[in-house]
Design a protein around this ligand. Structure first.
Ligand SMILES: C[S@@+](CC[C@H](N)C(=O)[O-])C[C@H]1O[C@@H](n2cnc3c(N)ncnc32)[C@H](O)[C@@H]1O
Length: 220
């Protein structure tokens, strides 16, 4: 059973009863996504690469919050984003239709578009944001395309250790272009060691919403 919860910054998240796990930090879903993925992922990469087009891979579409914020960022910067998101367990329409991420009708429609867009083929969501959703686990995912940034937003390693395996991180390394970056809210020791073993340069950064740490893995 999946329930909508309200986090401390007022934005919604979800609680998965079976896993006893939330989809975001209870200190703030929106604040966490903005910090970990938009600022320390997308804005960081753009500061190192002056490009007008970027390919992003997300591990775990979930509520669609990262896709939604990225689409808005793309529009504000007038830059093109190709966003691929893996989600083996999509949420139901009665859940996403009630999420409160929007502040306008346009934004409400944007989140609905993200969830309603067809699976397994790239769809034009806005003139700046193309989305390909795939109902695949990272463990089973393969792609000829290469990405610039990976938003690694799986459930915590204590809940889903298989997703954070060395093998999966090696796959992420091979899916990224040179200069690429992987960001995540997680700063667990074994994960950081696996990330380094997979070939990444590991940077431990200030975490989101008062959390001590988060991690970025960079391919130099
Ligand atoms: C932390 S939550 C999602 C966060 C999401 N980015 C959001 O903003 O709501 C993790 C997501 O990963 C998905 N997931 C579970 N197992 C996975 C796997 N093996 N590969 C990729 N995604 C997985 C879950 O269904 C869930 O939606």
């Amino acid at each position: 059973m999946i329930k909508i919860i309200t986090t401390e910054d007022g934005s919604h998240s979800l609680y998965d009863e079976e896993l006893n796990e939330t989809y975001h930090s209870t200190r703030g879903a929106r604040g966490e996504s903005m910090h970990v993925f938009i600022r320390e992922g997308l804005e960081y990469w753009l500061s190192k690469n002056q490009r007008e087009e970027v390919c992003i891979l997300e591990i775990g579409l979930g509520t669609g919050l990262n896709a939604f914020l990225t689409a808005q960022f793309a529009e504000s910067r007038k830059m093109k984003v190709h966003f691929t998101s893996l989600e083996p367990f999509p949420i139901e329409s009665q859940v996403y239709e009630n999420l409160n991420f929007h502040t306008s009708t346009y934004e409400k429609e944007l989140l609905q578009e993200i969830h309603k867009s067809e699976w397994e083929m790239e769809q034009v969501v806005t003139p700046f944001f193309k989305l390909k959703k795939t109902k695949t686990k990272l463990e089973d995912f393969s792609s000829d395309a290469r990405f610039n940034i990976i938003y690694f937003d799986a459930f915590a390693p204590s809940k889903q250790p298989e997703v954070w395996s060395l093998e999966n991180l090696e796959k992420c390394f091979s899916l990224l272009e040179s200069g690429g970056a992987l960001t995540t809210y997680c700063a667990q020791g074994q994960f950081k060691r696996n990330l380094a073993e997979a070939g990444f340069e590991v940077e431990t950064l200030q975490g989101a919403m008062g959390k001590k740490e988060m991690v970025r893995g960079v391919i130099k």
